[in-house]
Design a binder for this molecule. Sequence first.
Ligand code: FAD
Length: 325
Amino acid sequence: MSRTLLVYAECRGGQLRQVALETLSAARILSKNGDLIRILLVGPNIAEAASAFLPYGVDTIYTIEHDDLEHYSPDAYMAAVQAALHEAQPDVVLFGHTAIGRDLAPLTAAALNAGQISDITAIEINDGEASFTRPLYAGKVFEKRTFQSGPWVVTIRPNNIAAAAPVPSDGDPSIVDIPYPAPSLRSVVKNVVRKTTGQIDLAEAKIVISGGRGVKSADGFKPLEDLADLLGGAVGASRGACDAGYCDYALQIGQTGKVVTPEIYIACGISGAIQHLAGMSQSRVIIAINKDPEAPIFKVADYGIVGDLFDIVPLLMEEFRKVLA
Ligand code: FAD
């Protein structure tokens, strides 16, 4: 029997987020011959993001546009998702494991009376059965889960499953505009003030340059920002650096901060406390710069540089500049 997989394609300010294509990739892994993959985009000014899915071989692209959806609010967004669930009748709903996805997924699971598996880093299909890998205890162990019955709701951790690429297809998918049900909202978000350093979203960055208490001051972050600019990465921080007032808490990575899984994580002057490792230990390549050769960060690092970060970071800049030229 064919199934319908509904991918929530997250946008910010009308721009498609990278995790949307990773979530589509997860849907492709799960889909069997004859299954339908449908896309859902919610928010104002999403027409361009919606048409970006035309070459991806999907069945239908649903859009729900309304001014109420400019800023995320659970009431407004869930009303939109409910309308899409009604239209699409999905067997599987996929979200990115982002702040929005983490909020909407359990609401969706409750609405569908579905099971949910969250924060998936890998999907395996064995004899037609899907099993989902997710980290536990801050990445110390991994568990594999399967669903006993449908419908399914899943969230996909950013930067773990390769983004979907366009595929040749027989015909264009239809773009269907679903009317926003306009519920009476219990609260309205008027404005969102973002506290980020650069253009690149820390949670989705492929390269993260992170500073700890060893950076010693707000000015000490400047070489890290320069390195991030050079490499097209984002700047992060330990809580030690945030607590010391060197940077904003929006940059904090760890158990009580953001979880990042970039291709390259460069930890500068960070000791490697367990709470910090909880937010970055799944990074593909970890490079640690620390003047203490006994610092615990070296236990998780793929490459360790023992030295003063204020000497090492400029040297790295020099070398990267040569390579990039
Ligand atoms: P430190 O531990 O002080 O380490 C600084 C490091 O810099 C040292 O290893 C030192 O050798 C090195 N250094 C100094 N100068 C230089 C230099 N010039 N060049 C190179 N190296 C240098 N922490 C987080 O990061 N994220 C969290 O989400 C988080 N959540 C927490 C939740 C709870 C409930 C608790 C109790 C703690 C949490 N912490 C978290 C705090 C955590 O335990 C550590 O205190 C914190 O990570 C330490 O930050 P740090 O490594 O920057 O500082």
